[in-house]
Write a protein that binds this ligand. Structure first.
Ligand code: ASP
Ligand code: MG
Length: 440
């Protein structure tokens, strides 16, 4: 059994691209594998559909927007099945609902509750390639619900889990996961493997090559993900669900990648007047109810001893956050021009030098970190968004994540990664995500 997922950049927009993908799938099928393919919309067609919706209505109804967006993946699936058929490989395309994806939750933010993969299994039993439209399913009422931008990775992993596949192969236009975004850091290195838990941190910290939920699901279900290029034979990166490698003992490199999220906003809640209820716990639960995730949270005390809070949210969530925050009797400041840069790895707090090296490297490059949060797996700092690219390069260099580090290049305390540096790509498939998220 092979479960392959082809994303927008690999599906491309041209007939040649489609034929190229079809040949790759046909090759797998001809090797005798039961072959399941999950596709997303071609090229940037989902963005085009969002734009088209906005020409029809200023605020498209969420249900209708989902109906429309789901057609991008539907087209890909039908076209790929036709192209396979044309090569003499029998194939059956299925919409998410037809493939048995039962999805709960709000439009544009569905969660896969269950998959009844009967039709997929029947197609496989007939020797057909099952080509499934990703990013979508139907709810109990039979309405189409999409999974959120980038969600077809999650469709693919969920189907791999349901079909008991050991691995879900995600084909994209980059050679796997890199130690930083290769568009920012030319020296970024592809990595052979990364633990699921570390990849989950990287995805959350802004590495957009994989949908965060796909990584989490694969980790919980014990499925590996292989990220590789659709256009060459390189093995790409395996995101290993259950790390058994001895290389992870004490000698393991701590920082393996620099991730960045340019679409962050920093919110500061000033101290409330002394008789007002404090923001604290109540505020954070209200934000959670509004589905706003907060990160890099700091509590500070002003001169008169009153407490305020400082945290980041995704830029797309600023409006939702503000509708909650303005109810509190304190001054709210929003700075939407920040980026979050993170070093990601394992045991970062067990090596007390990590945070110091991170700060020193930023400051040495003339970059002022605005706020910081640390955990064993990730140290994140917010910086002005104009400083983002330089911050990523400075950290990539500080933690020796580039090609074989020459002694002259070592800037940090002690040797670090050296060769075999590992990390997270942010380029590829979902590089455009934040900016073009559909209007809710
Ligand atoms: N086509 C959808 C999007 O552009 C889903 C995906 O690509 O995974 O967000
Ligand atoms: Mg994607």
């Amino acid at each position: 059994m092979r479960v392959l997922k082809f994303g927008g950049t690999s599906m491309g927009a041209t007939p040649e691209r489609l034929a190229q993908i079809a040949r790759r799938v046909a090759e797998v099928r001809r090797q005798g594998y039961a072959t399941v393919v999950v596709v997303s919309a071609r090229g940037d067609s989902t963005d085009r559909l969002v734009e088209e919706a906005l020409t029809a209505a200023a605020v498209p109804p969420p249900r209708e927007l989902d109906q429309l967006l789901a057609t991008g993946e539907a087209r890909s699936a039908a076209l790929l099945a036709m192209a396979l058929d044309d090569m003499g490989v029998s194939a059956l395309s299925l919409l998410g609902g037809q493939a048995g994806f039962e999805v709960s939750g709000a439009h544009a933010d569905g969660r896969i509750a269950r998959i009844d993969a009967t039709k997929v299994r029947q197609a496989l039993a007939r020797g057909q390639v099952a080509v499934v439209a990703g990013f979508q399913g139907v709810n109990e009422a039979g309405d189409v619900i999409t999974l959120g931008r980038g969600g077809s990775d999650t469709s693919a992993v969920a189907l791999a889990v349901e079909l008991d596949a050991e691995c879900c192969e995600i084909y994209t236009d980059v050679d796997g996961i890199h130690s930083a975004d290769p568009r920012l850091v030319p020296d970024a290195q592809p990595i052979p493997s990364v633990r699921n838990s570390v990849m989950a941190e990287m995805a959350y910290a802004g590495a957009r090559v994989l949908h965060t939920r796909a990584v989490e699901l694969a980790g919980r279900a014990g499925v590996d993900i292989r990220v590789r290029s659709a256009f060459n034979r390189r093995p790409g990166t395996v995101v290993v669900s259950d790390w058994k490698g001895t290389q992870m003992l004490e000698s393991d490199d701590r920082v393996i990648a620099v991730a960045h999220d340019p679409d962050s906003a920093r919110i500061t809640m000033g101290a409330a007047s002394s008789d007002a209820p404090p923001f604290g716990a109540e505020g954070f639960s209200l934000l959670a109810e509004a589905s706003v995730t907060v990160d890099v949270v700091t509590r500070f005390t002003d001169r008169s001893g009153r407490h305020g809070w400082d945290f980041t949210v995704a830029r797309k969530d600023v409006d939702a956050a503000m509708s909650v925050l303005t109810a509190f009797p304190c001054e709210v400041a929003v700075d939407a021009r920040v980026a979050k840069v993170s070093v990601v790895g394992a045991g970062l707090l067990s090596d007390p030098r990590c945070a110091g090296r991170m700060l020193t490297a930023l400051v040495a490059s003339g970059i002022e970190p605005l706020s910081i949060a640390a955990s064993q797996a990730r140290i994140s700092a917010t910086v002005r968004d104009a400083d983002c690219a330089r911050a990523v390069s400075a950290l990539h260099e500080e933690f020796l994540l580039g090609a074989v580090a020459s002694p002259g290049v070592q800037t940090g305390a002690g040797a670090g990664a050296g060769t075999g540096a590992q990390g997270a790509v942010q380029a590829g498939e979902n590089g455009r995500l934040g900016a073009l998220a559909p209007t809710p």
